[in-house]
Design a protein around this ligand. Structure first.
Ligand SMILES: Nc1ncnc2c1ncn2[C@@H]1O[C@H](COP(=O)(O)OP(=O)(O)OP(=O)(O)O)[C@@H](O)[C@H]1O
Ligand SMILES: [Mg+2]
Length: 594
């Protein structure tokens, strides 16, 4: 095995986590490298100018205070003002450039993260905490770019300033420098002690932070359920626990790091005491002048600030690195559903859709669909009925590839759907769910989602077919009515008809209806059903319904229980099976109605 001493320097440098993190970030910095480099370059003199003031102190003390030479009294103040002016201007320029570069990189990172989010498969959303998504996708981008650049600037300024000040120290007295630098080195070394415990704590803080975001999210989206079940107290208690948790973690960070500053301060003061003690004898012996001493102490005092804040800057850079790690973890997440390398576009469904020996499980070892075989000729309607949890929704979610089959295959005209481009496949499918997501915006926006750029004529036809005409006519702003976030200002039946209009305008070959009428009363169901009948005309349809009245006309009905087909045939054929599963379902509903 290669050890540290035999590994080439380059490899060692690359293995360093700091370098590795900067390397990862490089593609994002690259487009703005010039401004980033310029700002870094401007940082160097800005940091070093502190030492000029310390240096002036020698001449001032020796020539003015001791030798009583008044010439300096006009010359030095002017120089100081000049230097400070240059330093302030540089600081401003650097701050501006850094904010610009950091802001640009944050935006690029967020865009790329959002793109990643958009390509993720349905399963990722099933199992990922929404608060986590908001935190990581939004906050980490900022923490990793602006946080990193700003703190890198601070680190460079402070290092430059420290090096220049140490030169001033050395210029004045190497003996005193030894003591001072020793004290600072000791103080600086403390940072490494807190490093490890800090990392763990920062990680934990991010996790509970994400849970807190989820709590807000659930409070918002679940507000009606919370009200209906009187869950307010319960939610508050859980939230309070979470807050206490965050508090303890923050206190943990302070406990592990808060002692750092005072202890550093103490060590540095000890060094200072030692300097005073030693310098008395050096001055008396004539080894150094009074000017050397004042200049030394000034430099030492000025040195304290950059050295002390290097600890904080180090922690901030560490936090930025953790954010970078989390971001690149997201970038490297596998996308489970994507185009195969030689995928072809689906142009038209000509013959049939087949499920061949399809097995599927959401979680390993928990089979949901078992050896499923279905053939759906183009233009026909297949109805799926059966027990709740039997796998009906799962069957239809495999067709647009929300999930990929675990075993077996689904084909369209003989081509495995995994060999079709995802975009073209989904372009040929229109889905109406039980609970359809409406976006904030107008009714028109929400319907046009089905086919952006559709003509006004098509839009009106979709509205008419979805039986939305009367409703829209009754609105002051008609199609341009804003419907609020998630369409909460509409009734359940209206939301469903908007979704049907959206599916309608899509004009897709394949239509999937998953419990599209189940939430409605008989009267509105009749309206929605008529809308659905329009939608189903001349298309290949997969329909799932608990109310069997909606499926009696299907070309084929499949009864699915526990992920297996137990019966299939037309309504008539299935009713004829003595003690059949479908007959039992049908009789149960039929009798209830009577
Ligand atoms: N996203 C998911 N992750 C894990 N398991 C799931 C997921 N969705 C459904 N399941 C499980 O898969 C099984 C089949 O669910 P599915 O939704 O397909 O049933 P269904 O026949 O549509 O039921 P229902 O008539 O109640 O809508 C159930 O046991 C369910 O718990
Ligand atoms: Mg279902």
């Amino acid at each position: 095995m290669k050890n540290v001493w035999t590994r080439p320097i380059g490899e060692l440098v690359m293995a360093n986590p700091i370098v590795a993190n900067y390397k990862k970030m490089w593609p994002f910095v690259k487009p703005y490298w010039f401004r980033a480099a310029l700002s870094l370059l401007l940082t160097l003199p800005a940091g070093a100018l502190d030492s000029a003031i310390a240096l002036f102190m020698k001449s001032f003390t020796d020539d003015v205070l001791v030798a009583k030479n008044a010439k300096f009294a006009t010359f030095i103040p002017l120089l100081i003002v000049g230097f400070v002016f240059v330093q302030s201007s540089l600081t401003y320029a650097v701050k501006y450039l850094n904010t610009w570069v950091g802001g640009k990189i944050t935006i690029d990172l967020r865009k790329k993260l959002f793109h990643k989010l958009m390509t993720m498969h349905t399963g990722y959303f099933d199992t990922t905490n929404s608060g986590y998504i908001m935190m990581r996708y939004n906050n980490d981008a900022d923490a990793s770019s602006t946080g990193l650049i700003e703190n890198l600037r601070k680190m460079v300024t402070r290092t430059c300033s420290a090096i220049a000040l140490i030169c001033v120290l050395l210029y004045n007295s190497w003996q005193l420098t030894l003591i001072a630098v020793g004290a600072f080195a000791l103080a600086g070394g403390l940072i490494f002690i807190v490093r490890k415990s800090l990392e763990d704590l920062v990680r934990k803080t991010v996790v509970v932070g994400a849970v807190a975001m989820r709590a807000y999210n659930e409070a918002f989206n679940g507000n009606r359920t919370i009200a209906a079940y009187n869950l307010q107290k319960d939610q508050e208690t859980r939230f309070a626990e979470l807050m206490n948790n965050i508090f303890s973690l923050n206190m943990g960070i302070v406990k592990h790091t808060g002692w750092l500053s005072p202890v550093m301060h103490f060590i540095v003061s000890l060094g200072l005491a030692l300097v005073f003690w030693l310098s008395s004898s050096l001055i008396v012996k004539g080894t150094i002048t009074s000017g050397n001493f004042t200049s030394f102490v000034t430099a030492l005092l000025l040195l304290y600030h950059p050295v002390k804040s290097m600890g904080d800057t180090y922690i901030a850079i560490k936090t930025a690195f953790l954010a970078i790690e989390r971001i690149f973890e997201i970038f490297s997440l596998p996308v489970k559903v994507e185009d195969s390398p030689n995928a072809v576009a689906l142009t038209q469904v000509k013959k049939e859709i087949r499920f061949e020996q399809v097995n599927f499980s959401y979680k390993p070892d928990v089979p949901v669909l078992k050896d499923l075989n279905l053939t759906v000729p183009v233009g026909s309607t297949l109805a799926l009925v059966g027990n709740s949890g039997g796998g009906k929704s799962t069957v239809v979610s495999l067709l647009p590839r929300f999930y990929d089959v675990t075993e077996g295959k689904i084909t369209i005209d003989g081509t495995d759907i995994r060999d079709l481009t995802l975009h073209s496949l989904r372009d040929h499918i229109a889905v109406v769910f039980q609970d359809n997501f409406l976006f904030s915006g107008t009714l028109r926006d929400n319907i046009l989602i089905g086919r952006p750029g559709a003509s006004e004529q098509d839009l009106m036809r979709a509205v008419k077919s979805a039986h939305l005409e009367d409703f829209i006519g009754s609105l002051k702003d008609g199609l341009d009515t804003e419907i609020g976030e998630r369409g909460m200002t509409l009734s359940g039946g209206q939301r469903q008809r908007v979704a049907i209009a959206r599916a309608f305008i899509r004009n897709a070959d394949i239509v999937i209806l998953d419990e599209a009428t189940s939430a409605l009363d008989n009267k509105s169901e009749a309206v929605v059903q008529r809308a659905l009948d329009n939608l189903m005309k001349n298309r290949t349809v997969f329909v799932i319904a608990h109310r069997l009245s909606t499926v009696v006309n299907a070309d084929k009905i499949v009864v699915l229980n526990e992920g297996q087909v137990v019966e299939e045939g037309t309504h008539k054929q299935l009713l004829a099976i003595p003690n059949g599963a479908y007959a039992a379902l049908y009789n149960a509903q039929f009798k209830k109605k009577e």
